[in-house]
Design a protein around this ligand. Structure first.
Ligand code: F6P
Length: 751
């Protein structure tokens, strides 16, 4: 039987059952009520008749008795009245009563013997007669019985009407139930399933646009969610396969997630990958009662998350989100990303003192300003150093737990937070292949020499088998620093350091972005957003747009950028009320006083410039200080005429690369600081000195007036470069280099 029919029949059976039961009770009640009415009416009549009958019996007035009986006939349903003696013989009866009624001996006899009020019902022809008896005493001892004859055929008719009404109502309900069920099933189940089947068919033959299936409503929400993921994966796999085929055809060798996965599988012989960083790739924060996942701002996460997504493995990081440990298991592990788990995130909890000393203090008030030439004095405190050491140790213990049982594990340590970690790992696990990737600049030896613990830090770092920097220049600085700090053998030809029995290779690995993904940014709008409508959302009107996207940090040249916009609007007044600069700024390291001061100064500068050029419906600068997710940022990348990356000093700066990756229309101009590592690769950007405000103002003007063909040529070349040198290639090079090191050789020479 078809499902709809089954549903209808079941519903009808239930409804009929309920309706019949309730009708039956209804009829029973009604019947009892009507009989009660007849009974009490008869009792009243009999009582009113009684005294006159007694009088006539005592006086022997048979004619009077007959007259009385006739008076009580044919009243409503009352057929008549009869009086019987104690033996049941008729004394007198209404003339209207048919003889057969009066002579129904058994019933009458039964009544004569019964008590007063013990009524009886019997049928005569098509009539149903209700007999009500009343006993009376006359002449003190003699008994007589009055019997009232009431026609109660109407009761059956009334009850029949109730049944009839019930059945008619039932019939109407059955028709309605069938109709409504049919329509509900059709609209809510059959139609969506047909559409879904059609969508799946199209998906199979590759004719689907968009990822979401055409089914809605809460019943289908879980299916729709899974189907969306399935479609996304299928389309991504198809694209990857097409891409691979195209590349094979062209003989190109583009690095894709699939290729990296294969590469790592082969190179690492199936062993998992371990990444260690301070910053975690996904943070869980509280929003009212809900827990929300956010992706922290910064190049490290942008670069490494796609690699782990492609290759799997474990990422060990500080769990800094307030709800982080509400979602992890009892080992502080969680699979990420939540929608499509690809790798393990192992979170390490840190106490307030640890975070203050190791992260805010030593790493970000000490090493960070030490490595960046931004003219901010580094602060080194003994207390912070102690925490820096302890937290490095704490991380090493967690790493040991994670790599336990894995032979020759590959551990990729990130950044300046863990300079002691390579040494700590190597001491306990000499078989581990350890690399450090240094995301920020490495200063010259004089500058590094400011640090009171320079020797310990260098020794810790040299525990690594491979140290990667963003540029060759930073490699040189590092080797110079090693040379000046400790006793070791430096091989300038192969760029390596030998210390005791261990060799550390030093190489540049310019980091990059997931070019294809940044271009598409699956959560970003499929069509290019309209400048006008985005400006409207921001509450302004503008024809030209410049954008800056940064973690709010004094190294990013944000103040200089504000001054450059001011100078540009002064020097080229025709752009006033036409050009706006939007600065998206993610709050960062907010507990450090220097960052507080910087933020306050930035707000003051923005206010000053906006006040200077104040106009209705327009603003020179819109500063949005909040954490933006990738799709929001991509929207601004896509509509900006120019993106300003004006770091005073920066290891690489992936905003520059993300902007280029997002411009699949080959338009937009990148204005890039010569002090950002990215300027070594993105030579088609307008390269500026962020300290030269005049030059930056002119660069903005040049960007807005550059001929379209030149914009396209420049952007096209930069895109080609990023296309060829994406994050997968970076990872393949770094991991390839790490696994190819011959560990045994390192024990040959002792310095
Ligand atoms: O650029 C250096 C760096 O440490 C990156 O590696 C990281 O993405 C960024 O700064 C973010 O800093 P933090 O983790 O302190 O927010």
């Amino acid at each position: 039987m078809r499902i709809t029919l089954k549903l209808i029949v079941s519903l009808i059976v239930v409804v009929v059952f309920v309706a019949l039961i309730s009708a039956w009770f209804n009829v029973r009640q009604e019947k009892a009520k009507l009989y009660d009415e007849v009974r009490s009416h008869s009792a009243l009549l009999a009582e009113s008749f009684k005294e006159s009958v007694r009088h006539n019996l005592e006086t022997g007035n048979n004619a009077g008795l007959q007259k009385l009986a006739d008076k009580f006939q044919n009243q409503k349903q009352l057929e008549g009245v009869a009086v019987y003696d104690a033996d049941g013989n008729l004394i007198s009866g209404s003339s209207a009563l048919a003889p057969e009624m009066l002579a129904r001996a058994p019933e009458i006899n039964a009544l004569i013997g019964a008590a007063s009020g013990a009524d009886r019902v019997y049928a005569i022809g098509d009539k149903k007669i209700f007999l009500y008896p009343l006993t009376l005493t006359f002449n003190e001892t003699k008994k007589a019985r009055i019997v009232l004859f009431t026609n109660i055929s109407y009761i059956d008719y009334d009850l029949f009407k109730i049944w009839k009404r019930t059945l008619l109502r039932l019939l109407a309900q059955m028709v309605l139930i069938s109709l409504v069920t049919l329509l509900i099933v059709r609209w809510n189940l059959v139609d969506p399933i047909i559409q879904m089947a059609e969508w799946m068919k199209n998906l199979r033959i590759g004719d689907v646009h968009g990822h979401a299936p055409p089914i809605k409503g809460d019943i289908f929400a879980p299916i729709a969610k899974e189907a969306t993921t399935l479609a996304t994966n299928l389309q991504a796999a198809r694209r990857a396969a097409q891409n691979e085929a195209r590349l094979r055809h062209k003989g190109e060798s583009l690095w894709t997630p699939e290729r990296l996965k294969e590469h790592i599988k082969i190179k690492m012989e199936g062993r998992p990958l371990f990444v260690v960083s301070n910053r975690e790739p996904y943070m869980h924060i509280k929003e009212g009662k809900d827990i929300r996942t956010i992706i922290p701002a910064g190049g490290l996460v942008t670069a490494l998350d796609p690699i782990l997504k492609a290759a799997g493995g474990t990422w060990v990081a500080h769990g800094s989100g307030e709800a982080d440990f509400e979602v992890t298991d009892n080992k502080n592990r969680i699979k990420v990303p939540q929608e499509e788990p690809a790798y393990n995130l192992r979170r390490i909890p840190l106490g307030k003192e640890e975070e203050d000393g190791y992260y805010y203090g030593f790493s970000n008030e000490g090493i960070w300003p030490l490595c960046h030439i931004a003219h901010i004095r580094p602060i080194f405190r003994r207390e912070d150093w102690k925490y820096y050491y302890e937290v490095n140790k704490k991380f090493s213990e967690t790493v040991f737990e994670e790599i336990e049982g894995v032979k020759e594990p590959c551990v990729l340590i990130q950044d300046y937070h863990f300079m002691l970690l390579p040494g700590l790992i190597k001491a306990a696990r000499p078989d581990a292949r350890v690399s450090v990737f240094w995301h920020i600049p490495w200063p010259n030896p004089e500058t590094f020499g400011i640090c009171p613990w320079q020797k310990e830090l260098i020794m810790g770092l040299l525990g690594a088998d491979l140290i990667g920097f963003q540029t060759q220049f930073y490699c040189n600085n590092f080797l110079d620093t090693v040379d000046r700090t400790i006793e070791s053998r430096i091989d300038w030809e192969h760029f390596s350091v030998q210390k005791e029995l261990h060799t550390t290779m030093v190489k540049p690995f310019p980091i990059s972005v997931d070019f294809q993904q940044s271009g598409k940014e699956n959560k970003a709008p499929a069509v290019k957003p309209e400048l006008k409508s985005v400006m409207k959302e921001m509450g302004i009107k503008a024809d030209y747009l410049g954008v800056g996207v940064d973690r709010i940090d004094y190294t990013k040249g944000m103040l200089e950028r504000v001054k450059a916009v001011e100078r540009f609007l002064e020097k080229y007044p025709q752009y006033q009320r036409k050009f706006s600069f939007i600065q998206l700024g993610a709050p960062s390291r907010t507990h450090i006083p220097q960052y507080h001061r910087f933020l306050a100064e930035l707000h003051a500068e923005v206010d000053r410039v906006n006040w200077k050029f104040k106009a209705k419906d327009w603003k020179a600068i819109v500063f949005v200080e909040k954490h933006h997710d990738r799709s929001e940022i991509t929207k601004f990348y896509k509509i900006a005429d120019a993106c300003l990356v004006t770091s005073l000093h920066d290891g690489m700066n992936l905003v520059a690369k993300e902007f280029v990756a997002a411009r699949d229309d080959n338009s937009g101009v990148l204005i890039l600081s010569r002090f950002a590592g990215a300027s070594r690769e993105l030579k088609d950007a307008l390269i500026v000195n962020p300290y030269d405000i005049e030059q930056m103002a002119d660069a903005i003007y040049y960007a807005l007036t550059m001929p379209k063909t030149e914009i396209e040529e420049r952007m096209g070349r930069m895109r080609q470069d990023l296309h060829d040198n994406n994050i997968y290639k970076w990872a393949a090079n770094l991991i390839g280099e790490l696994v190819k090191l011959r560990m045994d050789d390192f024990k040959l020479t002792e310095v």
